[in-house]
Design a protein around this ligand. Structure first.
Ligand SMILES: Nc1ncnc2c1ncn2[C@@H]1O[C@H](COP(=O)(O)OP(=O)(O)O)[C@@H](O)[C@H]1O
Ligand SMILES: [Mg+2]
Length: 372
């Protein structure tokens, strides 16, 4: 996957940008608050049709302007694509090769990215919903069916939770839950199986990456933790569907008391360990950061395995957080195979080899200049 050209108009602090990207390593250098993260966000937008950091498109319009556009030429193994996004008067318009996109789901696979920002430390440190988000967003990028099932699961869950509240108010009865239990089990079992399959692939990749980044000193482990009372590791989809139904039934009184569904993939989590201890509780900030980075880098390899194509890698402000050894290891891992965009405030700490290979761009107040 490659980004060839990026053109921005009135996107955050970019009045106008024309950027021809290098096929491998692109360094975006600049002081704080000049537009480095905004640029990565624009590239992320190409892939997801939404911003990584802002919740509303309105926030992306440059102050005092009334629209933004993002246009790009990207390349995947099948073809060149022209992607165009615009936002004006609360309306988003997306075209791919001049034809209008009807739903965001149709963007899947056209241009894929993996974004790593310092906030992603929370994959390791934060609450379970962030780890579920990591799994889900990853799987959605490679599997349209996962995206669809996740949406169906969430809708069904809302229905079931609504019904639980009605039962509590005697406006409905327990029997009416049955149909929702069956639906939840159907979607939920499939989601769990896919997550486990993904983690089984991610585990060795993340362990290897982490070993490299930690200079062989740290062994990373990832363990899925079920909210359902599952004790065995080998089960079929059919077994899991039946098991979820039985668990939903046996949790009925508890769910009713709490007013929501307490078991299922929406309550699952995973634990990250280093050398056998739980990183969330006992890891240093540096170890947590490196582990989060290992998880993200392994995502890149996972996507390659699933789709036959590397996504574009966006690394926001990671270099300054790593010591020299980890930094060199990271750059060695990515720079020859994967188109990578890295933001940093200075380049003096990068080794000569990398500086020679990289395209270097300096950004100042929303103006980007290629300096090499
Ligand atoms: N909609 C917007 N219009 C104009 N400027 C914006 C908008 N949104 C954010 N900015 C500005 O963009 C600048 C910084 O962007 P950012 O990419 O986060 O910087 P950094 O280089 O530190 O990563 C900030 O000064 C911020 O005020
Ligand atoms: Mg930034």
């Amino acid at each position: 996957m490659f980004l060839q050209w990026l053109k921005l108009n009135n996107f955050t602090n970019y009045k106008e940008l024309n950027f021809e990207a290098d096929a491998f390593l692109n360094l975006i250098v600049g002081d704080n608050a000049q537009g480095k993260t905004n640029l990565l966000d624009a590239i992320y937008y190409l892939s997801h049709g939404t911003s990584y950091r802002y919740h509303q498109d309105q926030q992306l319009i440059r102050w005092n302007a009334d629209f933004f556009t993002i246009t790009a030429v990207t390349k995947n193994k099948y073809n060149l694509n022209k992607l165009a996004y615009s936002y004006k008067d609360n309306k988003k318009n997306i075209t791919i090769n001049e034809s209008k996109l009807n739903k965001i789901a149709d963007l899947l696979g056209i241009f894929t990215v993996v974004f790593f920002s310092p906030d992603d430390l929370y994959i390791v440190k934060g609450n379970p919903s962030l780890r579920r988000k990591y799994l889900d967003s990853e799987l959605c990028q490679v599997s349209p069916k996962y995206y669809y099932y996740l949406q169906q699961y969430r809708k069904t869950l809302l229905q079931r939770n609504r019904l639980l509240k009605e039962i509590r108010l005697n406006k409905s009865n327990k029997k009416s839950l049955e149909i929702w239990n069956i639906q939840l089990a159907k979607y939920g079992a499939w989601l769990i199986i896919k997550r486990l399959e993904m983690l089984n692939k991610i585990k060795p990749l993340a362990r290897l990456t982490h070993r490299k980044l930690s200079d062989g000193l740290e062994e990373l482990e990832i363990i899925y933790s079920h909210s359902l009372d599952i004790n065995n590791n080998h089960f079929t989809l059919e077994w899991l569907e039946d098991f979820i139904i039985s668990q939903l039934e046996s949790c009925f009184d508890y769910d009713l008391m709490r007013g929501f569904t307490t078991k299922g993939p929406h309550r699952d989590d995973f634990v990250v360990k280093i050398n056998g201890y739980n990183l969330k509780e006992f890891g240093s900030q540096g170890q947590q950061r490196t582990a989060a980075l290992s998880l993200k880098i392994s995502e890149v390899e996972f996507m390659y395995g699933e789709t036959g194509e590397y996504p574009v890698l966006l690394l926001d402000d990671v270099l300054s957080e790593l010591d020299k050894k980890r930094r060199d290891q990271l750059l060695a891992l990515v720079s020859d195979r994967i188109q990578t965009f890295i933001t940093c405030t200075e380049t003096s700490f990068l080794n000569k080899n990398i500086l020679e290979k990289a395209s270097i761009n300096k950004v100042s107040r929303g103006i980007l200049k290629k300096i090499k």
